[in-house]
Design a protein around this ligand. Structure first.
Ligand SMILES: [Zn+2]
Ligand SMILES: [Zn+2]
Length: 261
């Protein structure tokens, strides 16, 4: 399964001026045609990654925070396909699309759906948008050979998500986890946070290994990086990720899962 990181930044980067080294709004292309999230820098990120915006057939929305969900971006992607675009999102996000021409598919926790060759399962996440009714999502993504967990935004893994994950995996192990690593080495507040820090990710990795949901070969990727909570030096950021047994996502980076040893 090919994963291309179109944007890897949390909401504290300057997307007006886009100074060099700026991470774009977090969005991830899975395979060639399914885009997770469509925030403010996505059209630019797709162009820089050499992805034709007309190739995007499905948009899967984690939640409606402005760094992940911008109706104008979805309208532009719909235009690029003559309206032949599917959008999978919580009903509250679907409603915000108004009259934008696309095939609107409301999601609930536990929903299973297909985007081309990919099978998605929507998992509830521990995050909040300000609209108390909106369920925010993580996703389990499978293509018949490879299984990945897309776990952003949100802190920890909810018990309901653990339950759905366990039943869907039925003993199989995850090939990769893409983590909300917003806070990096800065403590997030374990009992009162909407995002993960690296100590939280270490704890979850150990517990998921113990539960046989992940294994030594599982690839862990850190994403949704906050400008203000990680060191400014790019090398230092990569070294920190590596010390935690993880790969740091970068804008435009593409990985094939499972990775070659
Ligand atoms: Zn975010
Ligand atoms: Zn968010």
């Amino acid at each position: 399964m090919t994963i291309t990181f179109i944007g890897t930044g949390a909401a504290d980067w300057d997307w007006g001026a886009m100074p060099p080294g700026t991470r774009g709004s977090t969005a991830t292309l899975v395979g060639g045609s399914c885009l997770i999230d469509a925030g403010p820098t996505v059209m630019r990120g797709l162009a820089e990654a050499g992805v034709d915006s007309g190739a995007i057939a499905d948009i899967v929305v984690t939640h409606s925070h402005q760094d992940h969900f911008r109706p104008e971006t979805i309208a532009a992607l719909s235009d690029a396909r003559g309206g032949n675009l599917r959008v999978w999102a919580a009903p509250e996000a679907i409603q915000a699309l108004g009259g934008i021409q696309c095939d609107k598919r409301p999601l609930c926790a536990g929903a299973r759906f297909e985007c081309g060759d990919l099978r998605y399962t929507a998992l509830p996440s521990n995050h909040a948008t300000g609209n108390i009714r909106e369920q925010t999502f993580h996703f389990l993504i499978e293509d018949g050979q490879t299984t990945i967990l897309y776990a952003l935004d949100g802190a920890w893994i909810l018990a309901k998500a653990q339950d759905i994950l366990g039943r869907t995996l039925a003993g199989r192990k995850l090939d990769a986890v893409i983590w909300d690593a917003t806070c990096g080495p800065s403590p997030a507040g374990w009992r009162y946070a909407a995002h993960n820090d690296l100590a939280m990710i270490d704890a979850m990795k150990a517990d998921m290994d113990d539960a046989s949901v992940t294994a030594a070969g599982t690839v862990h990727i850190l994403d949704h990086i906050a400008r203000t909570l990680w060191p400014t030096d790019a090398e230092e950021r990569r070294a920190i990720a590596s010390r935690h047994g993880c790969i740091l996502a970068e804008d435009g980076m593409s990985v094939n899962i499972p990775m070659e040893a």
